[in-house]
Design a protein. Sequence first.
Length: 269
Amino acid sequence: MNPIELYKKLPKKNCNQCKQKTCMPFALSVIKGEAELSECPHLTNKEIELLKGSITKSDWREKLILSLKQEVRNINFRDIAEGIGAELKEDNSLAIKCIGRTFIISPDGEVTTHGHITPWMKILLLHYIRMAGKGNLSGKWVSYSELKGGMVKAFSFQRDCEEPLKELIDRDFVQTEKIFIRLGAERHKGFPTDNAWCLYLLPKLPIMILYWPREEEFESKLKIIFDSTADRFLDAESIIFLVEGLVKNVEVNSKFADRNEVIEGNTFN
């Protein structure tokens, strides 16, 4: 069964109650092994079981995780811990904070945390370790397009990261800022807008979120900038995925606005 065939069998309500905005990307995610049919609130248990029998998943992510684990096993964590801003534990595992959550990576590449962890998060963290970046942050802020490989993917970064985050702030500025703060963000001065938040997505990957609210004939605007050393620690494509994780985290937590906590386990599909 391909995504279109599955889509035709879904309720097609586009209710946005799963992790996808509409039913078509949900169908695609199910076929790719990135989502479960049970995430659709409009499917009955009987319908889910019938559809499961027609779906064959090939999760290439698990193969990638196995490959990354093999590479990580050949890395001495003691040699790289300081460079990537990780904490070396007594058992030689690494503790790395990513988007407000602490993850433990063992010397054999196993990734664990409190709560649910997705294959995508494992891939991102293992890749961060594999790159083993070094050096102090420069304190110089640059746009995504100025990073190595960023120019080619600049449009994708704007479409998949900056625009969705701007929409979330436009919708509810106060609540979104509260979520930023829960994730560790701090307001900063000295930028061309009063709304500037610095947030560490990974120990050596801070971002600065700059937001200009709508004023009369001018539409709202958002810009995400990076320390100029960001491409030492992750490649341009992985950086997009990392910031997408932040956007999804904010989006999920916005649905639980009455809870004074960060909802865990929904950072990545």
